[in-house]
Ligand binder design. Sequence first.
Ligand code: HDD
Length: 729
Amino acid sequence: MPDKPLAKQTHEDVVGNPKTDEMAMNREDGYGTFLTTNQGLRVNDDQNQLKAGERGPSLLEDFIYREKMTHFDHERIPERVVHARGVAAHGYFQAYDDNANLSRAAFLQPGAVTPVFTRFSTVAGSRGSSDLARDVRGFAVKFYTEEGVYDLVGNNMPVFFIQDAIKFPDFVHAVKPEPHNEIPQAASAHDTFYDFISINPETTHMLLWVMSDRSLPRSLRMMEGFGVHTFRLVNAEGKARFVKFHWKPLLGTHSIAWEEAQQISGKDPDFHRRDLWNNIEGGNYPEWELGVQVVEEEDERKFDFDILDATKLIPEEQVPVIKLGKMVLNRNVDNYFAETEQVAFCLSHIVPGVDFSNDPLLQGRLFSYLDTQLKRLGGPNFHEIPINRSLAPIHNNQRDGHMRQTINKGNVAYGVNKLNHGYPQQAKASEGGFTSTYERVEGHKIRLRSKSFVDHYSQARLFWNSQTDVEKMHIVKALRFELSHVQHDEIRERTVLQLSQVAHDLASRVAEGLGMAVPSANGVQLNLAVPADGNVAHYQSGPVKNADASSAALSIAADSPINKGKGSIKTRQIAILATDGADVAAIGELMKTLMEQGAQTAIVATHLGTLKGKDGQEILINWTFQNTASVLFDAVYVAGGASSVQKLTQDADAVRFVNEAFRHCKPIAASAEGVELLKAAAYPGATDILSADGVVTSTDNKVASLAKDFSKAIAHHRFWSRELKAMPA
Ligand code: HDD
């Protein structure tokens, strides 16, 4: 038997992970073993059925065939009703030193290190849909704390579409593919979604977030996360404070162009999944800081919105984010189904030191997650599946059910008992027992939305005001795209009318693109008033308050506060366009410089194999123009070497590669000779490509100074300003 290949030493091997160790008993890799049935019987032949004679028929006796086929027939479980498409990784969370006064939670105590499993997802698409849908991204973190499992189940946007969980099935039915023909897949650009949007003004704020660059992350490693709801942190003295959770990526928050997203969906629908996997395999462990905005309980009502309303955010300028610790994802899963598919997040998985608020969306979610896991994973014992298993020991009187693993001993399965000396016994708060925040609650039994939830447009306006010109343009273009896929005129009209409540320029620019009448500057009040019987789904929203307010923290422009100090080229993918006759020495020098700064380079040529340079040097080619595309890279360099450049200028795919990179506002660099390819790729009527923002050229084919300027441009990410200057995108 050949030696088993050595497993590579990982970061996790070095830092350790008790959850990984705990799951060891469930792992197996079959290396060096005999094939067996599920009963351990060695199998002599599982490639031919047992038959009566060589030409059949098959025999019922063939238990080997039946077991193999039955297991296969039962392989699938229901996909998640939302967030079906996802990817996850293991890692750890380490608490910073100075926030113990905020929470008694063990995982937040100074220096505490807690294993985590984090799953990212899109919302609307099925399990096999593209990673690049214009959609919200789920950001769910499972902390295996010493006090039990804590799940922080958030998104990459800080607000939500609806205020009350009872509307969630309606909302999801509206955004999912339409039920008669199951079209469109993983897309909100259709009638039922906008029908819902246009008659539910509470969705307006979130709609702008989803139409913004936030819904097109460059990488899952480069997006923020938010707990969305107001939660509570409770300290050892029992003092509770309201908090909003934030995850801040250390690589900054970056997005891609919509056209690019659509192309990637064809070229590599696993783009985000692959990016996360490859970077973890390559040792580029993504990191986020966990932070909270803290609101003292006595300040609950000091805002001009209700902090229990999940369609509102607290501007960071008003309440700054305090950092609590850092999450590092440093190990990929061993098995997608066993881990990523079977992981079960529930908002009700909580630990002492964290508590809920009365947000009606949060309250409703507390029911839905447990309920959905029962269906999806087939019964009440899903907590025994390795990925869901708590590191804290489990003792209670719950028994039996499908696939029970635990073998509970003894005759006592009830509390309170005497026979087992009262065990397992309830824990006092001082012994780690969870107690809900002591809160006086009183009211009539009533189905009514609080009047404090009624302002639906002010924060949509705040978000709009906070975007740069380019970001605003992207929102307008996104809405034009989406609404042009809506068939019913009245739905388009109602949606544009909603937008006119937010900002006239937004509504009129969208309307213009749709060839519709531009709504009046005053905004017409929508007739969505409350029925006289008071049995309301929503009230009429008032007009925008603080029409000039903005929050710099809501922009993700390169120079926005969110990205300040995070401009690095680490993990960026750089395409080097070259073919036979190229200046291999210069390529090598540039690659070295970029790779030293953490970027990844790949040579894209007209053929695979080895590139023969102009001075006899050779270099291995990574891709050809046929099997990759510019949309899969962050930046492009056109290497020198007259005959290489000449061949590329005559290759339509090479020309297109540069053209698209330019159109998608990417940094482009060219040697003195490579400039010819840039000229060939220029848009008729567009800005002069050679003097455009983010285009770096050399006059003398020397690499050092070019590499410096190119690195700076890559760290800037995208030069969206090109779009404002006559780019025909
Ligand atoms: Fe939800 C999954 C995030 C509102 C009901 N949700 C799910 C996931 C994330 C979120 C990240 C995927 C978890 C995973 O990776 O397995 N959901 C949110 C956020 C919301 C939100 C941030 C608003 C603040 N969700 C929401 C409401 C309800 C649900 C109002 C129902 C009342 N969500 C579910 C669910 C899912 C789910 C049906 C589907 C699969 C699952 O739970 O495990 O229960």
